[in-house]
Design a protein around this ligand. Sequence first.
Ligand SMILES: Cc1cc2nc3c(=O)[nH]c(=O)nc-3n(C[C@H](O)[C@H](O)[C@H](O)COP(=O)(O)OP(=O)(O)OC[C@H]3O[C@@H](n4cnc5c(N)ncnc54)[C@H](O)[C@@H]3O)c2cc1C
Ligand code: FES
Ligand code: FES
Length: 447
Amino acid sequence: MAETLEVAFTVNRRPVRLRVGSDRRLLDVLREDLRLTGAKEGCGKGECGACTVLVDGAPVDSCLMMACQADGAVLDTIEGLADGDRLHPLQDAFVEEGGVQCGICIPGMVLAGKALLDREPRPDAAAIREGLAGNLCRCTGYTKIFAAVARAAGQRARPAPVPAAESARPSSHRPLSLEAALELLSMHAGEVRPLAGGTDILVRAQDGRQSRAALLDLTAVPELKGIEERGSDLWIGAGVTHSELMRSALAARYAPALPEACAVIGGPQIRNRGTLGGNLANASPAADTVPALYAAEAVVELVSVSDRRQVPIDKFFTGPGQSVLARDELILAVRVPRRPGVRGAFLRLGQRRAQAISKVSVAVAMTFKDGRPDWARVALGAVAPTVIRAPRAEAALLAGGYEGLRGAREAVRAEVSPIDDLRSTREYRREMAGLLLERAVRRLAEA
Ligand SMILES: Cc1cc2nc3c(=O)[nH]c(=O)nc-3n(C[C@H](O)[C@H](O)[C@H](O)COP(=O)(O)OP(=O)(O)OC[C@H]3O[C@@H](n4cnc5c(N)ncnc54)[C@H](O)[C@@H]3O)c2cc1C
Ligand code: FES
Ligand code: FES
């Protein structure tokens, strides 16, 4: 049953402290309790971006964030953008370009545009498209919307002072240490489920397959954060988001396919919340970080109140949606051996570029000695019940040159066992697996 929790945050530069049900989403509290109705509920599942707000400056789908997860955060909604009677330059630009056709999608578009321009004041056309890839306009007014963002580029609004956000620390649902999280999980094993970015589990809750009241938020646990060199490994905390990974120089050096995979997950709002640990625990054969982790020979660190264990990535998954993770265990981190000079690439095929599940994905990692390949790893997603390695393709690649590439492409076609489903046929997936492998190896070799 839902409890009542105290939470505190800053909304539009105003400190707010209120009591909320533990099962309430940020979107509900903004709209119903604070009467900030600019954020809209379109899909309720992270697909349309109509509920976008800024959390600590980053665009987030407020339908996929629990209210208690905003404790201590600085929030901006569309209502706080204008400076008194003066519109924000981006709002002016939307008016000037005729980018506003409805009141449903535009608040989210403007906020996603603001986050982009705050981070990258002069984005090119591709960056504008990418920055707004998590926002749908159902009347397809994209040309004017993109023009509005381009028009506002370089015009900075007067920054208003932001008071430091308070925190009410609702620690029964939002533990502040790994020890506290593990104890709560062990006490309520089977009753509560870990919650990280919420981009999978809150979609399940929206479909009625998961109670929102029975979630244990991990996003304030510091031990799950960080990307660092530890001994001979690169250590990546389970709570690291896809956005953090795609910008990490260490991940690019030691697991180069991984940031490339993170960069194509969902749209900006999904990448700002979705975590590596959530992607693994979900155990989807189409999860995009997983082929990159297979290619990097990653090891998953699991922890419970009484035990710690390390599981090689290819032993972690037991089937679609299934893994060796026990109900009282958390994924603490992923370790990747630091291999000097490793190169890598990730490519995938989806229905469209953003917000789409992979039909086929390929990750490759290779090292070279005197210009010839001396180590190769190939992993494929969405072509078998779990992500798979392709050892015959790896062996073929070691031959080097065009022969190696042709051999690997043929080998991979034989190594995959895709299925027919709504998204693709078996034969198409098989062909595409070979083609993507060839393209990935060419890209990696030219890098
Ligand atoms: C619109 C949309 C687009 C998407 N696009 C993609 C895509 O392109 N590619 C892709 O791979 N995925 C995609 N996803 C799926 C999702 O974003 C990712 O799987 C994401 O990495 C999940 O992480 P999370 O932190 O949000 O997990 P959550 O939803 O918080 O949790 C997911 C599962 O992991 C468990 N969990 C979370 N952290 C831990 C931990 N540390 N230890 C143990 N268990 C844990 C939870 O209990 C839950 O069962 C998409 C989702 C949406 C809604
Ligand atoms: S309502 Fe569609 S993404 Fe939140
Ligand atoms: S302007 Fe809102 S759906 Fe197109």
